[in-house]
Design a protein around this ligand. Sequence first.
Ligand SMILES: [Zn+2]
Length: 757
Amino acid sequence: MKPTVVCLLCFALCSSTTFSAETGTLRGFSTESSRTQRDWESKFRAIPEPANMRNYMERLAARPHHVGSPYDKDNAEWLLSKFKEFGLDAQIETFEVLFPTPKERLLELVEPTKFTAKIAEPTVATDPTSSQRQEQLPTYNAYSTDGDVTAPLVYVNYGIPDDYDMLDRMGISVKGAIVIARYGGSWRGIKPKVAAEHGAIGCLIYSDPRDDGYFQGDVFPDGAYRNKDGVQRGSVMDMPVYPGDPLTPGVGATRDAKRLDRKDVTTLTKIPVMPISYGDAQPMLAALKGPVAPGNWRGALPITYHLGPGPAKVHLKLAFNWDLKPIYDVIARIQGGTYPDEWIIRGNHHDGWVNGAEDPVSGLGPLLEEARGFGMLMKQGWKPKRTIILCAWDGEEPGLLGSTEWAEAHADDLQRHAAVYINTDGNGRGYLEVEGSHTLEKFINGMQKDIDDPESKLSVWKRLQFQRIANPPPTNPQDRLEARNRPDLRIGALGSGSDYTAFLDHLGIASINMGFGGEDGGGIYHSIYDDFYWYTHFADTDFTYGRALAQAVGTSVMRLADAELLPFDFNNLTDTVRRYVDDVKKLANDKRDQIIERNRQIEEGMFAAVMDPKHKLAIPPKEPVPPFLNFAPLDNGLAALQRTAQLYDEALAHANENGGSALARAALREANAKLISVERALTLNEGLPNRPWFKHQIYAPGFYTGYGVKTLPAVRESIEQKQWKLAEDEIVKVGKVLENAGEVIQGATTELGRSIK
Ligand SMILES: [Zn+2]
């Protein structure tokens, strides 16, 4: 139904109370069961305690707890005991994964002067855990290959493909060189991958103070931001190919699993790579000569940024222990009463790079309070209809190891039973940002209206709406209008970067990631300073946002577990996919127009004419004009999706008549099973081109962006990479996927109609 002017006014003026009063009945519940549900949810939301989350953090972040460390195992056992203390069935599942740790690290400038990099983060007197030198993992990038290289240095900005195009035009090659890239612009693992593709033999990644340091704010311990010796550790595994244990792609890394030989693994880097601080980077960058870096390549160090190559020459030597290490997933289970074979899964990792207070414990504390809350409600007589599984994952930091191995080990069961996966990974202050499957967008909006923001006392939904009205993206100013008028706030799409990846991208399980953020700047990510001291001085210091996160996730889990009919919605999905289809059409057109225009500029002699003869740039070669692509299969698939989504809504409206009494009576097992399989229908077993592990056809992490999402990835990336024939083929495949999903929705409609007769 089109909203009338009166409705729009109402939306603008009356806020959430009017909206929820109008639709007091929860989606997928009868009026009666909705009332009972809201009672249980209110009881639940009164339970989470900030003081408990503070205590959990003090305990879990007390010592370094990376994969393979004594305290990682100790934490897993403690988590197990907490789940049991709360009255839940719980156990630890163990896998054995390849996890390299440094044996030797050396970085020195050998020409024109000598300088040996510190590659260490010093103890800060006021920060007690920063002195735990014995147990701290050194600064390094996990899954870098071993290497001993000496070569001239080249500065490559963020080290993404566009940067190398620019270097090409400036006549600078990185062949045989060691590149130095700054963090940002892409996920870190992309930098050594692209550097190696261009012939570099080593890669340094540093945190520039413009992006991560004093340019952003006062540095630790005076402020929250990265100090000159702070280093961002992190994985450089080629996760856009497949995440998880590099030796066991597609299967669980159990003790007797069949393992690849390390030399056959495709997800390790081709060249040695190491992260460094801006304290260590500055002398090396200052020793570069050659052209001055383009304006937008310059950071905030007090030097003139040059590109090289040389005369700075560096020596990088890295050797790792390539050991198998145990990881400990802690899994708690609450058996469902009515639909025990339908699972709602909720997870957050427990391993950190060092003490890991913000990442991950600030999201794990809320999970524990949810578990405690569910345990208390069960003692009062609450029994979820569906089975709830709570997971504290190990090994997220090196490569989503714990969640991926668990998902691969239980793939068959998960594909049969898993309805939804909800993830968090750390928490801060600000707005409740949610990303995930658009089949759940409407559901998430409903939940957000029932959670209070700790600072403003508005609902987190209302506060997020105001934020979007206040700050629409500069590229899309019309989003302000949409934030005001669209009944649901949009949720973002998921790329990668946390434990939802295997569930969504590999198994096709509708997934959600959420957390508060936007008011919690800082610069301790993956350093020894991400600890209890930092978090309780600079982040959600009173843990009230921790409580709000527990309330938001707990309410979501309960509502999904208790709904008579799973609250998926397909109109928002269709609306979102339509935007993605428009996007890829525009991308193809823009690409074509750009190539035509540039070819013309080359013919006209524009490049030669505007060039500063003292700073020569190569004239780019002319390119063949791309063909027009036929997008009709995508349009047809979309039309099928749209039709079936509307029919499903009509059937649901019918089921909701008379207070949903039909819903309350019906056996909905078949309808729910069909609803669960809609997200599966958005996958293809053959996966994406060149990366079969990634099966979802609507969302994927970008091959050259890492964490950043690519929607309609097969189509979008083949256009971006100018593979026009592949693009045509993928359009046909994805169109068919949309049609198939439409058929599954139609099946759900039929089952719903049958069961409420
Ligand atoms: Zn994390």
